[in-house]
Write a protein that binds this ligand. Sequence first.
Ligand code: PRP
Ligand code: URA
Length: 209
Amino acid sequence: MANVIIMDHPLIQHKIGLIRRRETGTKDFRQAISEIAMLICYEATRGLKLDDVEIETPICRTTVKELRGKKLAVVPILRAGLGMVDGMLTLIPTAKVGHIGLYRDPDTLKPVEYYCKLPADCAEREVFVVDPMLATGGSSVAAIRMLKEKGCRNIRFMCIIAAPEGVEEMKREHPDVDIYVGALDERLNEHGYIVPGLGDAGDRIFGTK
Ligand code: PRP
Ligand code: URA
């Protein structure tokens, strides 16, 4: 069964408070999203495997730790997921980046696919799917299904704000995928928006409204 890891770090909680505020403008919103992504990335990479490697310091030989394989990929769900990529790459700069384009039909709330470009060897990589919002779960469930169809087996999902409905949908559809959540909110409203949430993440990152 999927683990759902909800962040309790004070820096994450504080920065989520900033992005929830109606008056936070595009520049500060974008910056906070990137910083929160970096902090969640720190938690989500905690389980990565390490190897012992022998090296020489200026003083003597010793054994140090090195990430095993280093084969990671970050896959943002467009558009809003793009806001999390910089923060992820700050901590894991050698990761490859794939893109999955999905938008939510405003009437049916079902995801509509419009783009998919992944690293050629994505099936061999540990994949971190990123999207600030997990609402009904339709978009993340569909994105992860697309990755599994390409052979990916080792997948984690990271979001900044989640609704309980989306978390349940993800657990039902992808019980093998651990979910890292910045904050778990109360519910969805009648338009499929997270309450209290932060509004439309894509519009706030890109200043399109
Ligand atoms: C938002 C968000 C998620 C999706 C979450 O994207 O970034 O991808 O909604 O909702 P769900 O869990 O109900 O699927 P949106 O469809 O608004 O597209 P955009 O990022 O291009 O604005
Ligand atoms: N997508 C968003 O950007 N915000 C929500 O609250 C729900 C879906």
